[in-house]
Ligand binder design. Structure first.
Ligand SMILES: [Zn+2]
Length: 195
Protein backbone atom coordinates (compact mmCIF):
# COMPACT_ATOMS: atom_id res chain seq x y z
CA UNK A 1 0.00 0.00 0.00
CA UNK A 2 1.38 3.34 -0.91
CA UNK A 3 0.48 6.63 0.52
CA UNK A 4 -0.41 9.17 -2.15
CA UNK A 5 1.89 12.06 -2.40
CA UNK A 6 0.70 14.66 -0.04
CA UNK A 7 -1.40 17.33 -1.63
CA UNK A 8 -1.11 20.77 -0.15
CA UNK A 9 -2.90 20.24 3.10
CA UNK A 10 -5.84 22.54 3.65
CA UNK A 11 -5.39 25.03 6.40
CA UNK A 12 -7.49 24.46 9.43
CA UNK A 13 -10.03 27.22 9.45
CA UNK A 14 -10.66 28.75 12.80
CA UNK A 15 -14.41 29.16 12.99
CA UNK A 16 -14.29 30.86 16.30
CA UNK A 17 -15.86 34.30 16.05
CA UNK A 18 -13.32 37.08 16.22
CA UNK A 19 -12.36 37.86 19.72
CA UNK A 20 -13.88 41.07 20.96
CA UNK A 21 -10.72 41.80 22.88
CA UNK A 22 -8.71 42.03 19.69
CA UNK A 23 -6.12 39.74 21.16
CA UNK A 24 -4.67 37.59 18.46
CA UNK A 25 -2.77 34.39 18.68
CA UNK A 26 -0.79 33.88 15.50
CA UNK A 27 0.38 30.47 16.56
CA UNK A 28 -3.15 29.34 17.25
CA UNK A 29 -1.99 28.01 20.55
CA UNK A 30 -4.75 29.80 22.36
CA UNK A 31 -2.99 29.73 25.69
CA UNK A 32 -5.29 31.34 28.20
CA UNK A 33 -7.86 32.28 25.56
CA UNK A 34 -11.53 31.68 26.21
CA UNK A 35 -12.55 28.40 24.62
CA UNK A 36 -15.34 28.74 22.05
CA UNK A 37 -18.75 28.38 23.58
CA UNK A 38 -20.25 25.02 22.74
CA UNK A 39 -23.86 23.91 22.99
CA UNK A 40 -24.84 22.73 26.44
CA UNK A 41 -26.40 19.52 25.30
CA UNK A 42 -26.86 17.54 22.15
CA UNK A 43 -29.95 18.96 20.60
CA UNK A 44 -32.35 16.08 20.30
CA UNK A 45 -35.16 18.53 20.93
CA UNK A 46 -33.84 21.94 19.93
CA UNK A 47 -37.27 23.52 19.54
CA UNK A 48 -39.84 22.82 22.20
CA UNK A 49 -42.29 25.52 21.30
CA UNK A 50 -45.71 24.75 19.82
CA UNK A 51 -44.73 26.79 16.77
CA UNK A 52 -42.10 24.19 15.95
CA UNK A 53 -43.17 20.83 17.32
CA UNK A 54 -46.45 19.02 17.71
CA UNK A 55 -45.21 17.38 20.91
CA UNK A 56 -44.78 20.73 22.62
CA UNK A 57 -47.29 19.58 25.22
CA UNK A 58 -44.73 17.05 26.44
CA UNK A 59 -42.40 19.90 27.38
CA UNK A 60 -45.15 22.04 28.87
CA UNK A 61 -46.21 19.17 31.11
CA UNK A 62 -42.62 18.41 31.99
CA UNK A 63 -42.14 21.97 33.12
CA UNK A 64 -45.10 21.45 35.43
CA UNK A 65 -43.51 18.27 36.79
CA UNK A 66 -45.42 15.69 34.79
CA UNK A 67 -44.02 13.02 32.53
CA UNK A 68 -46.45 12.46 29.69
CA UNK A 69 -46.63 10.67 26.41
CA UNK A 70 -49.16 9.77 23.74
CA UNK A 71 -51.48 6.79 23.71
CA UNK A 72 -53.57 5.29 20.93
CA UNK A 73 -57.27 5.28 21.84
CA UNK A 74 -57.94 2.44 19.40
CA UNK A 75 -55.53 -0.20 20.60
CA UNK A 76 -54.44 1.33 23.88
CA UNK A 77 -50.77 1.35 23.00
CA UNK A 78 -48.71 3.69 25.12
CA UNK A 79 -46.04 5.13 22.84
CA UNK A 80 -42.64 6.26 23.97
CA UNK A 81 -41.24 8.71 23.20
CA UNK A 82 -44.41 10.66 22.44
CA UNK A 83 -45.48 10.11 18.87
CA UNK A 84 -48.01 11.71 16.58
CA UNK A 85 -49.13 8.59 14.76
CA UNK A 86 -49.73 5.08 16.11
CA UNK A 87 -47.25 2.74 14.41
CA UNK A 88 -49.76 -0.12 14.76
CA UNK A 89 -53.00 1.28 13.34
CA UNK A 90 -51.69 4.59 11.94
CA UNK A 91 -54.27 6.60 13.80
CA UNK A 92 -53.21 10.23 13.94
CA UNK A 93 -55.32 11.75 16.71
CA UNK A 94 -53.59 10.23 19.71
CA UNK A 95 -54.42 11.19 23.27
CA UNK A 96 -52.03 12.39 25.93
CA UNK A 97 -51.53 10.37 29.07
CA UNK A 98 -49.48 10.92 32.19
CA UNK A 99 -46.82 8.38 33.10
CA UNK A 100 -45.80 7.35 36.60
CA UNK A 101 -43.06 9.54 38.01
CA UNK A 102 -41.42 6.74 39.96
CA UNK A 103 -39.76 3.56 38.90
CA UNK A 104 -36.82 1.28 39.47
CA UNK A 105 -33.53 0.82 37.72
CA UNK A 106 -33.92 -2.07 35.33
CA UNK A 107 -30.41 -1.78 33.94
CA UNK A 108 -27.68 0.80 34.07
CA UNK A 109 -24.23 1.73 32.95
CA UNK A 110 -21.69 4.33 33.88
CA UNK A 111 -20.23 6.94 31.58
CA UNK A 112 -16.58 7.12 32.60
CA UNK A 113 -15.19 8.76 29.46
CA UNK A 114 -16.32 10.05 26.11
CA UNK A 115 -19.34 11.87 27.50
CA UNK A 116 -21.70 13.57 25.07
CA UNK A 117 -21.18 17.21 24.28
CA UNK A 118 -21.95 19.39 27.26
CA UNK A 119 -21.65 16.59 29.79
CA UNK A 120 -17.88 16.33 29.92
CA UNK A 121 -17.66 17.89 33.36
CA UNK A 122 -20.19 15.46 34.80
CA UNK A 123 -18.11 12.34 34.24
CA UNK A 124 -18.48 9.87 35.80
CA UNK A 125 -22.25 9.55 35.78
CA UNK A 126 -24.95 6.94 35.54
CA UNK A 127 -27.38 6.27 32.72
CA UNK A 128 -29.96 3.58 32.80
CA UNK A 129 -33.27 2.05 31.89
CA UNK A 130 -36.00 2.95 34.33
CA UNK A 131 -38.90 0.55 34.64
CA UNK A 132 -41.84 2.76 35.47
CA UNK A 133 -44.09 1.84 38.34
CA UNK A 134 -47.27 0.03 37.33
CA UNK A 135 -46.81 0.18 33.57
CA UNK A 136 -44.76 -2.03 31.25
CA UNK A 137 -42.59 0.80 29.97
CA UNK A 138 -38.86 1.32 30.33
CA UNK A 139 -37.35 4.70 29.71
CA UNK A 140 -33.70 5.46 29.05
CA UNK A 141 -32.50 8.35 31.16
CA UNK A 142 -29.66 9.96 32.96
CA UNK A 143 -29.69 8.79 36.60
CA UNK A 144 -28.77 11.45 39.12
CA UNK A 145 -28.16 11.33 42.84
CA UNK A 146 -26.21 8.10 42.95
CA UNK A 147 -22.57 7.31 42.39
CA UNK A 148 -22.01 4.72 39.72
CA UNK A 149 -20.21 2.45 42.15
CA UNK A 150 -23.30 2.42 44.32
CA UNK A 151 -25.99 2.12 41.65
CA UNK A 152 -27.86 -1.16 41.77
CA UNK A 153 -30.52 -2.83 39.70
CA UNK A 154 -33.82 -2.33 41.47
CA UNK A 155 -32.87 1.07 42.89
CA UNK A 156 -35.92 3.27 43.34
CA UNK A 157 -35.82 6.46 41.29
CA UNK A 158 -38.12 9.41 40.69
CA UNK A 159 -38.62 11.86 37.88
CA UNK A 160 -36.64 15.08 37.99
CA UNK A 161 -37.47 17.67 35.34
CA UNK A 162 -34.74 20.26 35.03
CA UNK A 163 -34.11 23.43 33.08
CA UNK A 164 -31.23 23.73 30.65
CA UNK A 165 -29.04 26.81 30.52
CA UNK A 166 -30.96 28.13 27.53
CA UNK A 167 -34.31 27.84 29.26
CA UNK A 168 -35.49 24.60 27.72
CA UNK A 169 -36.69 21.80 29.91
CA UNK A 170 -35.71 18.15 29.95
CA UNK A 171 -35.89 15.26 32.37
CA UNK A 172 -33.78 12.73 34.19
CA UNK A 173 -34.41 10.37 37.05
CA UNK A 174 -32.91 10.69 40.49
CA UNK A 175 -32.48 8.22 43.30
CA UNK A 176 -35.71 8.49 45.23
CA UNK A 177 -35.50 10.06 48.63
CA UNK A 178 -35.71 7.22 51.08
CA UNK A 179 -35.77 4.92 48.10
CA UNK A 180 -35.28 1.27 48.71
CA UNK A 181 -33.34 -1.21 46.75
CA UNK A 182 -35.14 -4.33 45.74
CA UNK A 183 -32.93 -7.35 45.48
CA UNK A 184 -33.58 -8.92 42.10
CA UNK A 185 -34.51 -12.59 42.10
CA UNK A 186 -31.50 -14.85 41.90
CA UNK A 187 -29.29 -12.39 43.68
CA UNK A 188 -28.38 -12.56 47.30
CA UNK A 189 -26.09 -10.23 49.19
CA UNK A 190 -24.86 -8.75 45.95
CA UNK A 191 -23.67 -12.06 44.58
CA UNK A 192 -25.02 -13.36 41.34
CA UNK A 193 -25.48 -17.08 41.28
CA UNK A 194 -24.34 -18.65 38.08
CA UNK A 195 -25.92 -21.90 36.96
ZN1 LIG B 1 -53.22 2.41 17.28
Amino acid sequence: MSIPEAAPSPRVVDRTPSSATGESSPTGGGGGAEPPRTPFLLDFYPLEDAKYTRISRFFEELRAGHLTTTRCPTDGRVLWPPRLVCPECHRGDLEWTELPSRGRLYAFSAVLAGAPLGMEKDVPFVVGLVELEGIPLRIFSRIAGVRWEEARIGLEVELEPYTLEDGRVFFRFRQASGGSERTPPGEAAGKVRCP
